[in-house]
Ligand binder design. Structure first.
Ligand code: PMP
Length: 459
């Protein structure tokens, strides 16, 4: 894959890269990915990688789906752009909203569209203010989310993101953003504490937070059904049922951020279905268009939407819009993506191959540096430990997962590495033999990591 001749500065590039060490970019420059095919991407040196994390957990249909290219081209030719707003709408955009209404577990939902996951979450945080104002809940302005969950990059969604280390750079969180535990049984359980007792403790801490802040000040809790940014932390026994009951007791709305878990990632179409969650609103993005173009959605329960309509009546109109809130070409590609999910029975495929994926990861469980392996649908994690018995976490946190990711890259596999875990979430179209190849590359990188750890014992 030839380097684009037009780039003058690979070192110290003009481009500011997110989630990167900016100083390092001056001397090392970014790894440049130039092409993609199936589950593979190719860098500018011509080396192939299995994209084990579907880039940012989004390329569900891989990197070379002609059907999506054609859907985009068709819409580009018909009407390349028109905003849906000001009492006008583009049919393809209306059709996408209808499709989402049919698909999502919220009955008779209303759908607002955006471009990115951050935008959908941000819109929802704005909408809930109107909905609460119109339903006698005006004093409720605070938002609860969970530590280590990622919800976006805007002021509000970065505040909602539960990563204190990334807040500090930007003077966040904004007031009113509260964070509760990620229910990480593997790392946070007390000695001898079983899952049910652990869940009770997590929910007890949440109850204390709500009581301390004043339940009448809290609008909603936003959570992913399962959080990959936190390292694929499985909900412990009784967690979701208990959490929903607790929020209901205090009249706090529950919203599911399904930006990653939507569209088959955990097996069923939505993570809310996988875990028996009944959210009032859901946000979607990423795999909704196979990530071929940016499009996102806020899916709202009818009562919630009715309150927005009342707010609109009061103000003489809905004072919310986005130029690209439902770009026609993005909508056409999202529609085709959803059709392909149906035509090709992608969920059936995930159900058939998920056991092979789970077994592939479980095979690493006995490795001396692996403390835990876990998976649901086509997302999985391997969590590293410095020692197994007694268990010791790597020091500093993340050192083994970061080293592993570098070895994996050498071995032709791209992974994400939250905290002490490495996450895999390959394109949903991955085949059994490709899962085997991915796991083989993983195993080689693990071997490299073991050699490195032996040569670099902790002090
Ligand atoms: N929510 C979750 C759970 C995410 O993982 C992300 C992106 N990684 C977002 C929201 C934000 O989406 P975007 O990057 O498209 O703004």
């Amino acid at each position: 894959m030839a380097e684009a001749a037009a780039i003058k500065n690979i070192l110290d590039p003009a481009l500011v890269l997110g989630f990167s060490n900016l100083r390092e970019m001056r001397t090392v420059g970014p790894h440049r990915i130039a092409a993609g095919h199936g589950i593979y991407v190719t860098d500018t040196d011509g080396k192939d990688y299995i994209e084990g994390a579907s880039c940012f957990y989004c390329s569900a249909l891989g990197f070379s789906e002609e059907e999506l290219v054609e859907a985009a081209v068709r819409q580009f030719r018909e009407l390349p752009f028109y905003s849906s707003g000001l009492h006008r709408a583009v049919p393809a955009v209306m059709e996408l909203a209808e499709k989402l209404r049919d698909l999502t577990p919220i009955k008779n939902a209303k759908i607002a569209l955006g471009a990115t996951g951050s935008e959908a979450n941000d819109f929802l945080l704005k909408f809930v203010r109107a909905a609460d104002r119109m339903t006698g809940r005006s004093g409720r302005w605070k938002v609860i989310s969970r530590l280590r969950s990622y919800h976006g990059g805007t002021l509000a969604t970065a505040s909602m993101t539960g990563v204190p280390e990334s807040h500090a750079q930007f003077g966040l969180p904004l007031p009113g953003f509260l964070h509760t535990h990620q229910p990480d049984y593997f790392n946070m359980a007390l000695p001898g504490e079983d899952e049910a007792a652990f869940t009770a403790r997590m929910l007890g801490d949440l109850r204390d937070l709500i009581e301390r802040e004043g339940p009448e000040t809290i609008a909603c809790m936003v959570a992913e059904p399962v959080s990959l940014s936190a390292g694929l932390v499985p909900p412990p026994e009784g967690y979701w049922a208990g959490l929903q009951a607790l929020l209901a007791e205090y009249g706090i709305r529950l919203f599911a951020d399904e930006v990653i878990t939507g569209f088959g990632r955990t097996g069923p179409m939505f993570g809310s279905e996988t875990y028996g969650i009944d959210p009032e609103c859901i946000t979607l993005a990423k795999a909704m268009s196979g990530a071929y173009l940016p499009v996102s959605a806020v899916v709202m329960a009818p009562d919630f939407y009715d309150a927005l309509e009342l707010a609109s009546d009061e103000a003489g109109g809905f004072t919310h819009a986005g130029t690209y809130a439902g770009h026609p070409v993005c909508a056409a590609v999202a529609l085709r993506t959803i059709e392909l999910f149906e035509e090709r029975d992608i969920l059936g495929h995930v159900a058939r191959i998920a056991p092979r994926f789970a077994a592939g990861l479980a095979a690493f469980a006995d490795h001396p540096l692996v403390g835990d392996t876990r998976s649901v649908g086509l997302c999985g994690a391997v969590e590293f430990v410095a020692a197994k018995a007694p268990r010791r976490a790597p020091q500093p946190e993340g050192i083994l997962s970061k080293k592993f990711a570098a070895f994996a890259k050498d071995r032709g596999l791209i992974v994400r590495m939250p905290y002490n875990s490495v996450c895999l979430a390959p394109p949903l179209v991955i085949t059994e033999s490709e899962i085997d190849e991915m796991c083989a590359r993983f195993g080689r990188a693990l071997h490299d990591l073991e050699a490195w750890a032996a040569a670099n014992p902790e002090d």
